[in-house]
Design a protein around this ligand. Structure first.
Ligand code: SME
Length: 137
C-alpha cells in the first residue's frame, strides 16, 4: 500500500481503523464529489470491494447526501426505494457529509450487517472523523 499517494493512504488507514475497531462497521468508505460532473467517486475503503466506484448525485443514499448536505441514517435498507445495494448482507447504512471550508466535498459511508445499529453517537463520531479528515485535504 506504500505506492498510494499520501492522502489516499491516510484515508485508507482511517477506513481500516474504523472497520476493524467497530464490530458493526462492516464496510467503511470515503466518496468525493466531482461537482462539474455531479458524481461521487470512491477514493478509499475497507471491507468487501464494491462495484459502485462512481455514483451520480441523487442516486442511492450516497447520491442523496451529495445533494442534501445532511446525515442520512438508514436503519433498514429494505425500506428505502432510492438505495444502491452493494452486498446482500447489508442491513443498515449511515452516510455523513464531509465539509471543507463549508462546502460538501464528499462523505463517509458505513454499511452494517447488523440490524438498526447506528445511533446519534455514530453521527457525532463520524462528523468528528470527517472534520479531522478535512484538515489533511
Ligand atoms: N448503498 C450506497 C451505495 C454505496 S455502497 O453501500 C458501498 C447507496 O445507496 O448510496
Amino acid at each position: 500500500a506504500n505506492d498510494k499517494e499520501p492522502v489516499k493512504q491516510r484515508l485508507y488507514e482511517v477506513c481500516e481503523l474504523l472497520q476493524t475497531s467497530l464490530g458493526y462497521y462492516d464496510w467503511v468508505g470515503f466518496y468525493f464529489a466531482n461537482h462539474e460532473q455531479k458524481t461521487l467517486h470512491l477514493e478509499a475503503f475497507a471491507g468487501e470491494p464494491t462495484d459502485h466506484i462512481v455514483i451520480p448525485f441523487g442516486k442511492g443514499i450516497c447520491g442523496q447526501v451529495a445533494e442534501s448536505n445532511a446525515n442520512f441514517v438508514v436503519a433498514d435498507v429494505k425500506a428505502q426505494n432510492n438505495y444502491i445495494a452493494c452486498n446482500m448482507y447489508v442491513k443498515a447504512e449511515i452516510v455523513v457529509p464531509l465539509f471543507k471550508s463549508g462546502k460538501n466535498i464528499g462523505q463517509i459511508d458505513i454499511d452494517s450487517h447488523t440490524e438498526d445499529p447506528f445511533s446519534v453517537e455514530d453521527e457525532r463520531f463520524l462528523e468528528w472523523i470527517n472534520q479531522q479528515v478535512a484538515e489533511i485535504l
